[in-house]
Design a protein. Sequence first.
Length: 371
Amino acid sequence: MSLFEKRIQEFRKKLRLNKIDGFLILHEANRRYLSGYTGHDSGVEESAGALFIFQDAQILATDSRFELQAAQEAPDAEVLCYKTGIHELLPEILSTWPCKKLGFESNRLTYSAYCKIKESINANNLKTEICPADFIVEDLRIIKSQEEMGYIRKALAIAEAAYLKTLNSVRVGIYEKDLAWELEKNMREMGAEGLSFPPIVASGPNSALPHAIPGPRAIINNAPLLFDWGAVFSGYCSDTSRTLSIGQPDDTFKKLYDILYVAQQKAIEAIKPGASTKMIDDIARGHIAKAGYEKKFGHGLGHGVGLEIHESPRLSPLKNSQLEQGMVVTVEPGIYLPDWGGIRLENMVLVTDQGAEVLNTLSYDDYVIER
């Protein structure tokens, strides 16, 4: 049995438990996870296709641009082509594979597409109820297999090697945007098939913006220089942050760096199967709050990483779940001070039966660059 057959088998069990006869998948990562099809959606209204899963069939509906690719990458699925959208194929699909209840991803199906689907079902007298049923595939994706871990480790290795090479270009006067391009270029040249997200390179006050956009700001001495970057290998992402200083940093930098390092280590030490994600966040957040910076750490402590850069589980005060063996999460505490800058330290962690395995190899000791 192939990898995708096993995944489909598990997914069908989930459908039966939820009393759903079939499922419409538009989410790009979910489509790929269940079929192997890598077609890329270029916009909200520019889908590369829809995957229909029934108990005895799987249909990959797409347009002529992707027909050959779909057939090559998803040999277990029957490929059908549409001209204007999946709604035009519904009469054929639901007549051939009758379905009383068709689940769909409400967080991916636009309202306009939903209306066209409803209209097609009603116009053709199809006895099918469409119902939202989110996160069924995501619940399968949350535990990573050994094969998936191999891809994640490779993506991380590429990203770290590219970062170390990029450090050779760090100097006073170079622009953030030029360092970001250098990092992107190095990841591509070292084997990345893509980027997890556009690299963040933020210096001085810009580093107080957690999702800063690199611009024509020159790097200066003795100020925070924050990198956040990731590579994609075989569809799987990596995600890492480091904060540096060219020349000896000021006392604020040293103080915040030490606070965040301890907060991160305390959180990682608490990671194990059965641990509460909210509790892990509380540990790091509590340490930061005790140091007097409670209001300067606004985002969650971490998130899952896999086919998407942000996926379940979330280490956050907003949602509580339990960690399980095989999950991969980031642990990324940060402190951000307007007009001064920010520091974020981020590692990727695998939940093992023994606790936590830090996947990163980059040291935290060499944060000062002397030029």
